[in-house]
Write a protein that binds this ligand. Structure first.
Ligand code: TAP
Length: 451
């Protein structure tokens, strides 16, 4: 590769490694290799594809510590979180290793013959991922895509390519054929756009900002190729007056400050019923002040740095003129540190409407159930959310009324490999993970046999 870019450790602001930036010709070569590899892969017996994916999963399991340390270095994720992420990749691969043998079609009763449907792979799938969870988000695309008989070209974000590159090597070491799963490094405007325009990439999966995702979707529409979009969020953590307030307050920091708030599912708006608003803030304050921000290599660290200096400036701009209730602390000096902040907001404030993608949470009061639902739905986004109540009827009503793809009652969980994940409204199109994801990487073919 003729040009390179520098990967930076966000906890120290020091350079780690130079990585090659692919040209359009190099992207085209990776796609041509993928086309060749896919034909052989799709022709393999389903059980052979399942075995190959299980071998890939075992290789990841055997390298969890190495992958986790690499993520600490490249992304600033606390080591405990990074270990979970690496293990999750192996679990996703194992889960979809069951898919090749279960992708059955239908036999439909018709007159004059036999009618059968097949789930055919698209061919080559292009996957574009962001920097916030480089390994896990990549695996949500490549594991089901490979299971369904496709080849994959994967573009990591330039800020965080290291774990994706290592996963590419592990796939080869585990015996996946050359060219079947290729990691192509470079900029979104070159590599990502080539996935969108190249005629042999037959499906695109994009995770990133709503702005770029909209552009990618328009490009895919021009080239008549399907696209899955996982985009931004402004998820609500709704706390009713009948909730276990201690538990809701103790868990709220983790729901927004995990990965320094650089999480599409971050519960970055806490909506609290007015009758318990003051009490909730009293309970929240010590939990935020005690939040451990620092060296991501330490086991005790709960939050590392932001990803870059420019992202830190963007996050800081959200505090201009904001009504800060209280904040935690962060290290001084090198590294892109930012303390967790809690801000009191009104519904039309920028902090209540726009995704910060940093450790800043807006707290807003609401009056009753209808008002809480109205406020929860009062943004362009609809990715995730939490509902805290001890009233089962209310939990059912509110979870049905909030327009989000992923909701959680009396918890903040969003991601399980076995359950569907994705957004409504400006948060995305389509779903990843869960029992149906491998099928999403296939096209249905109908064949009629006259008898
Ligand atoms: P983006 O700037 O949108 O970048 C995401 C990816 O797209 C990167 O790999 C980027 O490459 C590439 N890209 C940039 N411009 C492109 C173009 N014109 N054509 C094709 N690809 C292009 O987002 P980000 O700042 O990395 O990530 C933060 C955003 O992602 C947030 O909004 C967050 O909510 C969202 N996100 C959503 C989810 C889900 S699952 N819904 C999960 C994580 C993050 P380079 O940066 O290397 O140039």
């Amino acid at each position: 590769m003729s040009s390179t870019f520098t990967v930076i450790n966000p906890a120290t602001a020091q350079a780690i490694r130079e990585i090659g930036r692919a040209s359009v010709d190099e992207v085209d070569e990776a796609i041509a290799q993928a086309v060749r590899a896919q034909r052989a892969w799709a022709g393999r017996a389903p059980v052979a594809r399942a075995d190959a994916l299980r071998a890939f999963a075992r290789a990841v399991e055997d390298h969890v510590e190495e992958l986790a340390q690499l993520e600490v270095l490249n992304s600033g994720h606390p080591i405990g979180s990074a270990r979970w992420e690496a293990s999750h990749v192996a679990q996703v691969l194992n889960f979809y290793a069951g898919a090749p043998e279960r992708l059955s079609g239908l036999q439909i009763p018709v007159a004059g013959g036999l009618d059968v449907t097949f789930h055919e792979p698209y061919g080559v799938v292009g996957i574009i991922v962001p920097w916030n969870f480089p390994m896990t988000i990549a695996s949500w695309g490549f594991a089901p895509a490979l299971a369904a008989g496709n080849a994959v070209v994967l573009k990591p974000a330039e800020l965080t390519p290291l774990t994706a590159l290592r996963l590419g090597e592990l796939a080869l070491e585990a015996g996946l054929p050359e060219g079947l799963f290729t990691v192509v490094t470079g900029s979104g405007s070159v590599v990502g756009q080539r996935f969108v325009s190249h005629p042999d990439v037959r499906k695109v999966v994009f995770t990133g900002s709503t702005e770029v995702g909209t552009d990618v979707a328009a490009g895919c529409a021009r080239n008549l190729k399907p696209v899955t979009l996982e985009l931004g969020g402004k998820s609500a953590n709704i706390v009713f007056d009948d909730a276990d307030l201690e538990l809701a307050a103790a868990s709220a920091p983790g729901a927004v400050f995990d990965n320094a708030g650089q999480d599409c599912c971050a519960r970055s708006r806490i909506l609290v019923q007015r009758s318990v608003y003051d009490r909730f803030l009293e309970l929240l304050e010590p939990a935020v002040r005690d939040w451990q921000v620092g060296d991501p290599a330490l086991e005790s660290t709960q939050m590392g740095p932001l990803i870059s200096a420019s992202h830190r400036s963007t996050v800081a701009s959200f505090l201009d003129g904001a009504d800060i209730a209280f904040h935690g602390s962060a290290p001084e000096g090198d590294g892109f540190w930012f303390a967790p902040h809690v801000v009191l907001a009104s519904p039309q404030d920028r902090l209540a409407q726009e995704e910060v993608f940093g450790p800043v949470v807006a707290v807003l009061p609401f009056d009753d159930e209808a008002d809480g639902i109205r406020l929860a739905n009062d943004t362009i986004y609809g990715l995730a959310g939490s509902i805290w109540t001890e009233n089962l009827g209310r939990a059912v009503r509110v979870s049905r009324a909030v327009k989000s793809g992923v909701l959680s009652v009396n918890s903040h969980s969003s991601v399980r490999y076995s359950t569907p994940f994705g957004g409504m409204k400006a948060s995305g199109l389509g779903r990843e993970l869960g029992p149906d994801a491998a099928e999403h990487f296939t096209e249905t073919k109908n064949v009629f046999f006259a008898t």
